[in-house]
Design a protein around this ligand. Structure first.
Ligand code: ADP
Ligand code: MG
Length: 295
């Protein structure tokens, strides 16, 4: 049960949490109950350098499903294209302060969080300049981790959507995260890119964040009628075994329709199969049995 453990993991680099000291054992008085460790958000990044594999769709809909289940959720749009921001009905072109200011100018993240179906830290087109602006900064890979620190106590899960590349914005997400969910389109050619993602993750584990793990591979756009889709799942399972989520996200136009209305599929079509699939995924994530290092 990795997720349960994540809540109690002390946040590295936090200044104000005093180090726990061992109390000397006293003979008669019973030991006072252990103070409950403050619950901190588990940070999950959605990553795959291939575009169009349902990273953004999965970030939003898993977030809303977890929120329905009673968890406090923040989603963070780290993609300059701002699809996650748009999918909640906000226009990235009209946003003045965004994750760009948070990452580059250290603006407190609270100031770019909008209340939507779940709390949303927004992107704007400025974010396209963040990779360049960050590249000459000390601590450039840890800007997101630093920014999330002050709000981690307010949420149970922080889900981070990333752009379709393995550049500095995605690296920031992988450094801030404990778990990575990798949406993969059920097509042979999509599977090949996973090796590159795994290499990046190994590098990040060695140099920047030893704790980051693939939490699960999520097959998306699954079409059970085609042999090709079924074979793609088989290949995934041969290579990643238990890491492949049991939930399969089927191909349906519902996922494209919902963002047009500025809503998740759970709000757009609450009793449909598309919504049910992400509720199923939420259960799997909460059960958290998936985690194991895969390098
Ligand atoms: P990414 O963030 O990886 O680029 P998106 O989440 O934006 O991918 O999805 C790409 C496109 O595919 C979007 O138009 C989205 O609405 C659509 N889409 C996402 N999931 C599905 C699905 N399961 N079936 C059909 N279309 C989907
Ligand atoms: Mg996207």
């Amino acid at each position: 049960m990795r997720l349960a453990g994540l809540f109690t993991r002390p946040h590295e680099g936090e200044q104000d949490a005093p180090a726990q000291e061992e109390e000397p054992a006293r003979a008669e008085t019973p030991a006072p109950p252990e103070p409950e460790a403050p619950r901190e958000a588990s940070v999950i990044a959605f990553a795959n350098q291939k575009g169009g594999v349902a990273k953004t769709t999965s970030t939003l809909n898993l977030a809303v499903a977890l929120s329905e289940a009673g968890h406090r959720i923040l989603i963070v749009d780290m993609d300059p294209q701002g699809n996650l921001t748009m999918s909640q009905g906000l226009n990235p072109d009209q946003i003045t302060r965004s994750m760009f200011d948070v990452l580059v100018h250290r603006l407190p993240i609270e100031q770019v969080i909008h209340e939507a179906e779940v709390d949303l830290a927004v992107s704007s087109i400025d974010l396209a300049g963040a990779e360049l602006a960050l590249s000459s900064m000390i601590g450039r890979e840890r800007a997101l981790e630093k920014a999330l620190g002050p709000v981690k106590g307010r949420y149970d899960f922080i889900l981070v959507d990333t752009p379709p590349s393995l550049g500095l914005l995605t690296i920031n997400a992988l450094v801030a995260a404990e778990g990575v969910i990798v949406p993969v389109q059920c097509e042979y050619l999509s599977l090949r890119g996973l090796v590159q993602l795994e290499n990046t993750l190994s590098m990040i584990r060695e140099n920047l964040n030893p704790d980051v793990e693939i939490q699960g591979i999520l097959p998306t756009m699954f079409d059970g009628r085609t042999l090709h889709s079924r074979e793609a799942i088989e290949i995934l399972q041969e290579n990643f075994g238990e890491l492949v989520f049991k939930t399969r996200i089927k191909k349906t136009v519902r996922y494209a329709e919902a963002p047009v209305k500025g809503s998740s599929v759970l709000k757009y079509d609450p009793s449909g199969n598309a919504a049910a699939a992400y509720r199923e995924l939420a259960k799997e994530v909460l059960n958290g049995a998936k985690a194991r290092k895969h390098a």
